[in-house]
Design a protein around this ligand. Structure first.
Ligand code: SAH
Ligand code: SF4
Ligand code: F3S
Length: 431
């Protein structure tokens, strides 16, 4: 049996797509390999959101060139956001790659494997299993809207993933029903801009409608969705999160900057005040909400004062998680064309560290209030000899117990907290 190995970096969308590819390859008679070196087929699922990610991809492509020299029969496939429309140029640069296909372009993958005599299995429904191929997968990621129409000035995603295309509501509901039949307890609906789901579908269903439909599936314990764009999140959606039990109290709401002029140059479509009001509304309607945000430091021209605005917004908002990134100019984007990347690397690093330090203190405080509380944890598996899972608020929880807890909902008493995770003790199973 031929063996495959999938190497994935990037966002949840890439992870979901890698699972879909794995599902396809399993059904086409391939077997998962543990590493590059014992695979006959290698798939790189790539990310280019920052220069550092692209560099990792190029490094891995270099490594595979060496491997292919030794094993000429090794097949190398590349997908993800490295693949732009100019595949000819990519083929010229990487002649050792056998197939390049755009993210989500499975017909291309299927056609390739058919040409190689692999029996067709058109259904790309991912079989819910963990990496070990054995234990059930309790949490599944479901792409519901592809692409992005926003063209934030710094971002390469719209150029690599194209315009927004939503999947029909009924199709998503069927897929989730099937996954739940196979033991999935939690689904995370994915989109670069998940809260604009449905606007180009017939009848204009929206994300709130989809959440309502999914909420009536028996045995589906939890629903999440990400990533939201602050300009697209509707009151209807917030009310829906507040009213549906199965929708978790957890929202990703990237702000990117705490300064209005920078937000404008980023083309984000909202002001700091509008973001502040939005967070206020969400917290009034869903008091238990756990929030995460993204911030970019060192955007072209960002002054010390403008950076301080981001820092003070982090201080003021006190959200649960902040992902900080140093601005990285991406070829083809508006910011790359129009602005000079004029903030020195050391300044970017210093700003990044400042936000991280502040957020660590905030998260440490927020999490410390959970000590002694009992929380519902959906157990995903084992790591370093301990069971781990997440709370509805997306906090990572570890605990030790001799029983088999995988895919179970457990009530855990929190005993120790840190800015990044919690530790606790099992109280009981929740059915
Ligand atoms: N669609 C999501 C996230 C897309 S990319 C959104 O609208 O927020 C994920 C994160 O990478 C972004 O939130 C942003 O913080 C960061 N990012 C994107 N482009 C970047 C760039 N050129 N330099 C640094 N960080 C970037
Ligand atoms: Fe990129 Fe902006 Fe689209 Fe997010 S919303 S993917 S940051 S262009
Ligand atoms: Fe990276 Fe593409 Fe996701 S650039 S972050 S893999 S959408």
């Amino acid at each position: 049996m031929p063996r495959y190995f999938i190497w994935t970096i990037g966002c949840q969308m890439n992870k979901a797509e890698s699972q879909q590819i794995a599902g396809y390859l399993d059904s086409a008679g391939y077997q998962a390999a543990a590493s590059f070196s014992n695979a006959d087929l290698v798939i790189l699922n790539t990310c280019v959101v920052r220069h550092s990610a692209e560099n990792k991809v190029l490094g891995t492509l270099g490594l595979l060139k060496g491997l292919k020299n030794k094993h000429p029969n090794l097949q190398i496939l590349v997908t993800g956001c490295l693949v732009d429309s100019d595949t000819h140029e990519l083929k010229r640069r990487f002649p050792h790659v056998d197939l390049l296909f755009k993210p989500g372009d499975y017909p291309e993958l299927i056609a390739w494997s058919q040409r190689r005599g692999v029996p067709v299995e058109q259904r790309l429904l991912r079989y819910p299993r963990n990496d070990d191929g054995m234990t059930p997968l309790p949490c599944a990621f479901i792409p519901i809207i592809q692409g992005c129409d926003n063209f934030c000035s710094y971002c390469i995603v719209p150029y690599r993933r194209g315009r927004e295309v939503s999947r029909p509501l009924g199709e998503i509901v069927c897929e989730v029903e099937e996954l739940v039949r196979r033991g999935v307890k939690e689904v995370t609906l994915l989109g670069q801009n998940v809260d604009s789901y449905g606007h180009n579908l017939p009848g204009h269903p929206d994300l709130a409608d989809l959440l309502n439909e999914l909420s009536s599936i028996d045995d589906l314990a939890r629903i999440r969705f990400l990533t939201n764009h602050p300009k697209d999140i509707s009151l209807k959606l917030i009310d829906t999160v507040a009213s549906l039990n199965r929708v978790c109290e957890h929202l990703e709401l990237p702000v990117q900057s705490g300064d209005d002029d920078i937000l404008k140059a980023m083309r984000r479509g909202y002001t700091v005040e509008q973001y502040r009001e939005l967070v206020h509304t969400i917290r009034c309607k869903v008091p238990q909400i756990s929030l995460s945000t993204d911030i970019i430091v060192g955007f072209p021209g960002e002054t010390e004062e403008q950076f301080e605005h981001s820092l003070s917004l982090v201080q003021e908002m006190r959200v649960d998680v902040v992902h900080v990134a140093a601005y990285s100019p991406r070829p083809g984007t508006i910011a790359w064309r129009e602005y000079q990347d004029n903030i020195p690397v050391e300044v970017k690093k210093k700003r990044l560290n400042k936000i991280e330090e502040l957020q660590t203190a905030i998260a440490s405080k927020i999490n410390s209030h959970l000590q002694g509380k009992q929380m519902e944890v959906l157990v995903e598996g084992r790591k370093k000899g301990k069971w781990f899972g997440r709370t509805r608020s997306n906090k990572l929880v570890f605990f030790e117990d001799a029983g088999d807890w995988v895919a179970q909902l457990a009530r855990i008493q929190i005993e120790k907290t840190s800015p990044w995770s919690l530790r606790g003790e099992v109280k009981k199973i929740i059915n």
